[in-house]
Design a protein around this ligand. Structure first.
Ligand SMILES: [Fe+2]
Ligand SMILES: [Fe+2]
Length: 159
C-alpha cells in the first residue's frame, strides 16, 4: 500500500463494492425464493440482513465520516443516511423466520437496489475525486475496527 497509486482507495471502495455485489446476489436470491420456498427465503434474508448491517456500519464509520469533513456534502450525506435509516426500519427489522409480508420484503429490496446504484454511480466516484489518501487511510482504519469488533462479537457469541 502506498499514497501514490490509489491502492488505498481501491482497498476501501473495492471492499464496499464487493459488499454491494454480494448484497445484489442475495437480493436476486430472495426474489427467486419468495412465494416459492419459505425456508429458502428466510435463510437468504437473514444472510442479507447480517451482511447489510455490517456494510452500513462500514460506510457510516468510514467514507461517510470522511466525506462529512469536506465542505458541501451535508445534504447529500443526510440523504444517504436517510436511506440507511429506512433500511434499518425496513429490511433489517423484518423477523426473517416469522411470517413475511411479500410486499414489505420486495419494497425493501427495491429501495436497497436503488440505494446501491446511487452509491456505485455517484458516491464512490465522488469519494475518488474528493477524498485524500489520508482520508482513505482513516476509512481503512474504520473498516478494520469494525472487522475486529465483529470477530469479537462472534467469539463472544460462540463461547
Ligand atoms: Fe449506503
Ligand atoms: Fe452501500
Amino acid at each position: 500500500m502506498c499514497d501514490y497509486c490509489g491502492c488505498r482507495e481501491v482497498g476501501v471502495i473495492g471492499e464496499l463494492s464487493d459488499d454491494h455485489e454480494l448484497l445484489m446476489d442475495l437480493v436476486a436470491r430472495i426474489r427467486r425464493e419468495i412465494g416459492r420456498d419459505r425456508a429458502g427465503t428466510a435463510s437468504a434474508l437473514s444472510e442479507l440482513q447480517s451482511r447489510l448491517r455490517l456494510h452500513l456500519e462500514r460506510e457510516e464509520e468510514g467514507i461517510f465520516v470522511q466525506l462529512a469533513a469536506e465542505p458541501g456534502f451535508d445534504a447529500y450525506l443526510a440523504d444517504l443516511e436517510g436511506d440507511h435509516r429506512s433500511a434499518r426500519e425496513g429490511l433489517l427489522s423484518l423477523e426473517a423466520r416469522s411470517e413475511l409480508s411479500e410486499a414489505e420484503v420486495v419494497g425493501g429490496l427495491e429501495e436497497l437496489e436503488a440505494h446501491i446504484t446511487r452509491e456505485e454511480q455517484d458516491l464512490f466516484p465522488a469519494c475518488r475525486m474528493v477524498l485524500s489518501a489520508e482520508a482513505f487511510a482513516e476509512a481503512r482504519l474504520a473498516h478494520d475496527r469494525i472487522a475486529a469488533r465483529e470477530s469479537g462479537n462472534e467469539m463472544a457469541a460462540s463461547s
